[in-house]
Design a binder for this molecule. Structure first.
Ligand code: AMP
Length: 192
């Protein structure tokens, strides 16, 4: 089973993907985590991505498309994966459709975790406090930028996947366990 978790920064994509991957033997693939690892390791990609990430912009499509294309070919993805934070632009979504077709893979469903912007600011503030400011982009100024980028560049993926009949929407403002249950129910319906 191959899934996408779609939603604004702070919607809970990573948390929910972590829960669902364990329950279904899938692999969570977070381009944000991979890019942060590249920045920490000081690789070429990391050097290219560092400043872009710090200001809340998107790294170029071809960089993340290549990362995902290589990663989903690894053995541990054979049972399926959850894309968390990818795709984030229509260009990435089109590249993903193409690469899945070339690799003989199928996208089962796209789970949109819907959360109002006003709630996200509070959540990011809490996350920054809890993680001791681990993430250079977890601050209010960058969050504003990341939300703008989400609405301008990523939200168009909602009608994109809706028109493919793949979109399933969950209310991301409920309690964490309720969101997980809702996602599990929706996945069950999609794959039944
Ligand atoms: P995230 O952890 O998913 O919130 O991602 C953190 C940052 O990494 C984003 O604000 C972007 O700068 C970069 N990033 C992560 N995934 C992508 C992607 N699919 N396309 C472009 N940039 C990305």
């Amino acid at each position: 089973m191959n899934l996408i978790f779609l939603g604004p920064p702070g919607a809970g994509k990573g948390t929910q993907a972590g829960r669902v991957e364990t329950a279904h033997g899938l692999v969570q693939l977070s381009t944000g985590d991979m890019l942060r690892a590249a920045v920490a390791a000081g690789t070429e990609i990391g050097k290219q991505a560092k400043e872009i990430m710090e200001r809340g912009d998107l790294v170029p499509d071809e960089v993340v498309v290549k990362i995902i294309s290589d990663r989903i070919e690894e053995k541990d993805c054979a049972n399926g994966f959850i894309l968390d934070g990818f795709p984030r632009t229509t260009g990435q979504a089109e590249a993903l459709d193409k690469m899945l077709e070339e690799k003989g893979l199928k996208l089962n469903a796209v789970i949109e975790i819907r959360v109002d912007d006003s709630i996200l600011v509070d959540r990011i503030r809490t996350r920054a406090a809890e993680t001791g400011g681990d993430r250079a982009d977890d601050n209010e100024e960058t969050l504003k930028k990341r939300l703008e980028v989400y609405h301008a560049q990523t939200a168009p993926l909602i009608p994109y996947y809706e028109s493919q009949g793949k979109l399933l929407v969950v209310d991301g403002m409920s309690a964490i366990d309720d969101v997980t249950r809702d996602i599990e129910d929706k996945i069950g319906l999609a794959t039944a």
